[in-house]
Ligand binder design. Structure first.
Ligand SMILES: Cc1cc2nc3c(=O)[nH]c(=O)nc-3n(C[C@H](O)[C@H](O)[C@H](O)COP(=O)(O)OP(=O)(O)OC[C@H]3O[C@@H](n4cnc5c(N)ncnc54)[C@H](O)[C@@H]3O)c2cc1C
Length: 419
């Protein structure tokens, strides 16, 4: 496609990755970000083989693996020590693994990739509206400025997108009832599970998660992202009794208690709630919505950032192969993403109540069914494929040739001269 003028709204994981791919493809890209200094929010996340394959296309997989912690398995157990879940990436193939990474590390890799590719990052530009004008689309921000017109506006402003609802048809947003508090903490030197995402449950009401996320500096300390589920309306009560909460953690999982040494008040933990965002057709005239803005879901399956990274590379690929037909490129982007996104949204929606809900029955059923399921080789394989981010339906998966996790071997997408 000829060189397009593109606005990417939002400098999160999805927006920065999209900016990097689109600028490398030769388009003129302006990233509009609401913060004065673009920055990552929250602690850490788990990059799946899919997300790592996308980073490999940008040539930043080695850095991500080096900055983060290589994760080999996901283990879940009850507070009484009953093993509920033990899934290893290597159950699929020996070279599969995930990477726990601090959000700041991922942010800085993607930010540098976007800037190096020539994307212009415009801070302090909180977009609020978007409109089509003759031959283009503009974006207005909260300071009353109009940006553009652009050939294409990419909305990557996250789950509460201010542009989406007035632009695409039939978007549906429903909050999940549970949220979480989370923080990056020091990983004690004697923590034995350095390659595991470990979770501990009490019924479905309580879930603690510990995900090693590597280091922020080469010589820095090893860190972990610590998560604690909060039920509906519990945040205020939790904030008022941090000592009581620390006692609960110590009772449920004594080895985790030392990690809370730095948590003195509620302000030391970030609170996150999440919506189930469904956008059946993520495109409109000169507009496409990506990442959480298009398909936010609960973090139970650890896929959100990975889905956003795939959106980014596949949008750039659709534009690249469209022969100058922008509307056709957006149609083919929407078609190519449909099944993968729908599978993970549906799976997260169905699974979340077994890990975050008030239902005693759900917790009991999980503790009974998952160990049995894990012993059936076919079911176990489906579970690990789901974890890896590669499924597109109950019996289908992404093209293994394309998303095979040969992270450190993949050929990066090279910058191209503008046409
Ligand atoms: C507790 C928790 C744990 C998670 N764990 C994982 C995990 O292990 N693995 C995983 O893959 N995912 C995980 N996720 C999900 C993941 O964080 C999201 O899916 C991912 O961050 C989405 O990226 P995004 O760029 O689409 O949106 P965001 O990260 O929300 O970025 C949106 C960007 O847009 C900017 N913005 C917002 N409004 C405006 C505006 N009006 N104008 C301009 N800019 C604006 C924001 O400042 C931000 O920079 C987790 C989420 C939570 C809450």
């Amino acid at each position: 496609m000829h060189r397009l003028e593109i606005a990417v709204c939002g400098a999160g994981t999805t927006g920065l990755a999209a900016a990097a791919f689109l600028a490398r493809a030769g388009h003129r890209v302006r990233v509009l970000e609401r913060f004065e200094r673009p920055r990552p929010l929250g602690a850490g996340l788990l990059l799946q083989p899919t997300g790592l394959a996308v980073l490999a296309q940008l040539g930043i997989d080695r850095e991500a693996i080096g900055a983060g912690a290589r994760i080999e398995r996901l283990t879940g157990e009850t507070a009484g020590g009953h093993r509920v879940m033990a899934m290893a990436y290597a159950d699929l193939a020996p070279h599969y693994f995930g990477v726990g990474i601090h959000r700041a590390s991922l942010f800085s890799l993607l930010h540098d990739a976007a800037a190096a590719a020539g994307a212009e990052i415009v801070p302090d530009a909180a977009v609020a509206v978007s409109a089509t004008v003759s031959g283009g689309r503009t974006v207005g921000d909260l300071r009353g400025r109009t940006h553009g017109p652009f050939d294409l506006v990419v909305d990557a402003t996250g789950m509460r997108s201010p542009l989406r609802d007035g632009t695409v048809a039939r978007a549906r947003v429903r909050p999940f009832r549970y949220g979480a508090v989370w923080r990056a903490v020091r990983l004690p030197a004697d923590w034995p599970h350095r390659s595991d995402l470990r979770q501990r449950y009490e019924s479905a009401r309580i879930m603690i998660g510990v995900l090693p996320i590597g280091r922020l500096e080469a010589q820095g300390e090893g860190l972990a992202a610590l998560f604690w589920s909060l039920g509906p309306g519990e945040h205020a009560a939790w904030s008022r009794d941090i000592p009581g909460w620390r006692e609960s953690v110590a009772r449920l999982w004594p080895a985790v208690a030392p990690m809370l040494a730095e948590v003195e008040s509620a302000a030391d933990m970030a609170y996150a709630s999440y919506d189930d965002v469904v956008v059946p057709v993520p495109i409109a005239e000169r507009y496409v919505v990506l990442g959480d803005a298009a398909h936010c879901t609960s973090p139970q399956l650890g896929q959100g950032a990975n889905l956003g990274l795939l959106d980014a590379t596949l949008l750039a690929a659709a534009l690249d192969t469209s022969d100058g037909d922008l509307a056709g490129a957006l149609e083919s982007y929407a078609a190519i993403r449909r099944r993968h996104v729908r599978f993970y949204q549906t799976a997260s929606r169905w699974l979340t109540p077994f890990f975050q809900s008030d239902s005693r029955l759900a917790g009991w059923a999980r503790d009974l069914a998952l160990p049995i399921a894990g012993r059936i080789p076919y079911v176990r394989r489906q579970m690990v494929e789901t974890l890896c981010g590669i499924k597109t339906g109950p019996f289908s998966r992404l093209d293994p040739g394309r998303w095979e996790p040969r992270y450190a071997l993949a050929e990066p997408v090279r910058a191209r001269q503008p046409a």
